[in-house]
Design a protein around this ligand. Structure first.
Ligand code: NAP
Length: 246
């Protein structure tokens, strides 16, 4: 059996890790190392960047990786691009495990924007109370608008990321009841989110729909063409282990 490299950092990656471990598949789980205490996994872990395409290529060869599953977040575009390039050079099969984008339903007040700069531009100039649900990266640009920002982060920041902000520490997946309470307690009037898709971070959008709040939704970055599957079961089948009872 050839070893599988699972690029993680999402709820779906953790679900796939459980399936691989249950099936006794030889696999290694890779984290970027962005959070102080990453979620434990039932697979051997490696943590930290590979060192670009060249570093990933070296790793694939040194560890005799037989297949790569890219289950990183849809906004982790650099890692996904590197995986496409390195796997092509190494001749290693690659599949993306990616959840479908969220689609607006009746009652949603979504404004789709292309990137962070457009999200900043779409916000009021000042005095709004905004749930900035985009993680800890790319926050600086929002200082251009003098709003109050609610940030939900996994780790406590060393310094306030924005001049006027409240930081709540929490790790997904999140529930609708909790997100409704969060939005009400902080008197939120706007939400900025990435169109991540999946169940783990959808609660804030359901809560926004119930409260009739406007959402600025940032579109996913473009990725090179690659095979993408939508479920853990489909990836297990692709790996040729669907008959192992998963
Ligand atoms: P990124 O911009 O695409 O990646 C930047 C660099 O981080 C990559 O070039 C790679 O470094 C390293 N890296 C990223 N994911 C890795 C992984 N799973 N294993 C080893 N190295 C990895 O990624 P990002 O947006 O910073 O996301 C980092 C991690 O957080 C990912 O695992 C992602 O799934 C997770 N995450 C991201 C978001 C988001 O909104 N971006 C949200 C939730 C979770 P080298 O070039 O040195 O190999």
């Amino acid at each position: 059996m050839q070893r599988i490299l699972l690029l993680g950092g999402t709820t779906e990656a953790s679900a796939l890790a459980r399936a691989l471990a249950a099936a006794g598949v030889d696999a290694v789980f890779s984290y970027a190392g962005r959070t102080e205490a990453p979620v434990g996994q039932p697979l051997p872990l490696r943590i930290g960047g590979f060192g670009g395409v060249a570093g990933l290529l070296d790793y694939l060869r040194a560890e005799r990786i037989g297949a790569v599953v890219d289950a990183t977040h849809p906004f982790a575009a650099q890692m996904s691009r590197n995986a496409v390039e390195a796997c092509a050079v190494a001749g290693v099969p690659l599949v993306g495990l990616q959840r479908p984008e969220w689609r607006a339903q009746d009652g949603d007040r979504w404004q789709h924007v292309a990137d962070m700069a457009a999200a900043v531009a779409a916000l009021p100039e000042a005095s709004a109370r905004v749930f900035l649900a985009i993680g800890k990266q790319n926050l600086n640009g929002f200082a251009a608008k003098a709003n109050h920002y609610l940030l939900r982060l996994v780790d406590a920041p060393l310094a306030p990321p924005l001049p006027d902000c409240t930081v709540v520490l929490a790790r997904g997946p999140f529930e609708v009841a909790g997100d409704l309470a969060l939005l009400r307690d902080h008197r939120i009037g706007w939400i900025v989110a990435k169109n991540a898709g999946g169940a783990g971070a959808e609660a804030k959008l359901i809560a926004a729909r119930q409260l009739g709040l406007p959402v600025i939704l940032i579109e996913r970055p473009a990725l090179p063409a690659r095979q993408v599957l939508g479920t853990v079961e489909a990836v297990m089948g692709w790996l040729g282990h669907a008959d192992l009872g998963v």
